[in-house]
Design a protein around this ligand. Structure first.
Ligand SMILES: *[C@@H]1O[C@H](CO)[C@@H](O)[C@H](O)[C@H]1NC(C)=O
Ligand SMILES: *[C@@H]1O[C@H](CO)[C@@H](O)[C@H](O)[C@H]1NC(C)=O
Ligand SMILES: *[C@@H]1O[C@H](CO)[C@@H](O)[C@H](O)[C@H]1NC(C)=O
Ligand SMILES: *[C@@H]1O[C@H](CO)[C@@H](O)[C@H](O)[C@H]1NC(C)=O
Ligand SMILES: *[C@@H]1O[C@H](CO)[C@@H](O)[C@H](O)[C@H]1NC(C)=O
Length: 374
């Protein structure tokens, strides 16, 4: 059953905003939201803001993708800072169903705000999406963009907006020691550079799985225990628990709003969405989303761990719960239209314009909800 958006003023605001945001672009849009039976825990400790439930009981993150050709596209080739790896149209991708987006009202509401993304290349993906959205909304603006070491800094000086990206694959510390590079599950000195922002959006996951030459550490340490390897899900849980404690003891929610960018799904195993046992099928050649609002396969375990850890926090953290809705978008990845062309097959990142634009619209909706409840 669909939500009755117009029966409550506050939820009407949210849907109107979402629709006006999406006006700017394309084609596949999260438009119809479904009712859910989740109970929204008001107050009482952890994650006051962390649910995507609006007052009418709609779950912002539960919906299906519908084709809507009234949405204009933001054109990646007029986004001056797009990474070649996400510019699938330029790289020759012929279909355009995966496109969508927008942002003028967003610029107004983010006026004066300092926003920081911290995380891996999925943070890069969402950061790029947001700055393309902001730039497309105010194309005449005298924007600045610079990168110093691992920090990228996009600013719209006329609006006092800065949107930064700090590349950081694990959030917890990676330290060079005599024995080699050590991933320290209970150390988070990194956190010192995350202070003083209005909004911080964290993310980590994909690097926790890397092995061989893609694994940037030689040892993994928890307390006094130093090991060559351990269960990666346990390591991930320990790492984000350390992060959660850092947030609980360092963030003043009256000053800084914290979000966690939910686990971004990959599409390397066609068996997940096509029961015909075609395990070799990947996102390559996919040009339509999964219909309906349910992905045949389960959520990635990492997404469950994120929810567990967030539910135990004392400070409010908004979960950008994009996992399930992005699972439906097997068509949204660069595949062979990414950095390495035919030699690669990227079913992990997302084309821009594309799915991360919706993540940013949902981020925006959560910010609005926060404003109306405070
Ligand atoms: C995007 O811009 C490029 C260059 O200006 C243009 O060739 C292309 O047709 C545009 N694409 C869309 C979908 O508007
Ligand atoms: C980002 O750039 C703006 C404008 O150049 C500058 O004022 C600000 O200090 C920069 N922020 C950081 C963290 O470098
Ligand atoms: C945040 O603001 C509220 C209302 O002004 C106040 O009651 C609360 O103590 C503040 N919280 C912190 C952590 O300062
Ligand atoms: C599932 O995979 C089979 C074998 O590759 C293919 O023939 C079929 O079209 C696929 N079905 C869908 C819904 O993608
Ligand atoms: C929540 O925190 C308590 C106290 O620190 C701990 O005992 C428990 O294992 C935690 N639960 C989860 C799901 O992290």
């Amino acid at each position: 059953m669909g939500c009755v958006f117009l029966s409550f003023a506050s939820s009407a605001l949210i849907i109107l905003v979402l629709l006006s945001l999406q006006k700017c672009s394309a084609v596949v849009v999260l438009k119809q939201w479904k009712n859910t039976r989740h109970h929204h825990h008001e107050g009482g400790g952890g994650g006051g803001d962390s649910s995507g439930m609006s007052k009418s009981g709609c779950d912002l993150f539960d919906g299906k993708w519908v084709y809507d050709e009234t949405y204009p596209l933001y054109n990646a080739s007029s986004c001056p800072f797009i990474e070649p790896q996400f510019d699938c149209q330029k790289n020759g991708r012929p279909d355009s169903f995966y496109l969508k987006y927008d942002g003028e009202d967003m610029v107004r509401r983010l006026k004066g705000k300092k926003i920081l993304f911290v995380g891996d290349s999925l943070s890069l993906n969402q950061w790029q999406s947001l700055i393309c959205m902001l730039h497309a909304a105010v194309p005449q603006s005298n924007y600045k963009i610079e990168r110093i070491a691992d920090l990228s800094n996009f600013t719209l000086p006329e609006y006092g907006i800065s949107v930064m990206l700090s590349r950081n694959a694990f959030l917890v510390d990676l330290v060079k020691e005599k024995i080699g590079t050590v991933l320290k599950l209970d150390s988070i000195q990194n956190g010192n550079s995350w202070k003083g922002y209005d909004i911080v959006i964290f993310n980590t996951w994909h690097w926790w799985l890397h092995k061989g030459h893609q694994q940037p550490w030689d040892y993994i340490q928890e307390g006094n225990k130093v090991e060559k390897d351990m269960n990666r899900l346990d390591a991930f849980r320990a790492g984000i628990t350390t992060w959660s404690k850092w947030v609980d003891s360092n963030v003043d929610p009256n000053i800084t709003k914290i979000f966690f960018q939910g686990t971004s799904p990959t599409h390397y195993n066609g068996n997940e969405w096509n029961g015909s046992g075609s395990e070799s099928e990947t996102c390559r050649g996919e040009s339509r989303p999964i219909g309906g609002s349910r992905y045949p396969a389960a959520l990635p375990k990492a997404a469950e761990i994120v929810k567990e850890v967030l539910s135990n926090m004392s400070k409010p953290v908004g979960l950008l719960d994009v996992t399930a809705l992005s699972q439906l978008r097997k068509d949204g990845h660069p595949s062979v239209y990414g950095m390495y062309g035919e030699r690669g097959n990227d079913c992990s990142h997302w084309c821009l314009a594309g799915v991360p634009d919706t993540w940013n619209q949902l981020l925006y909706a959560l910010l609005l909800q926060g404003d109306t409840t405070s």
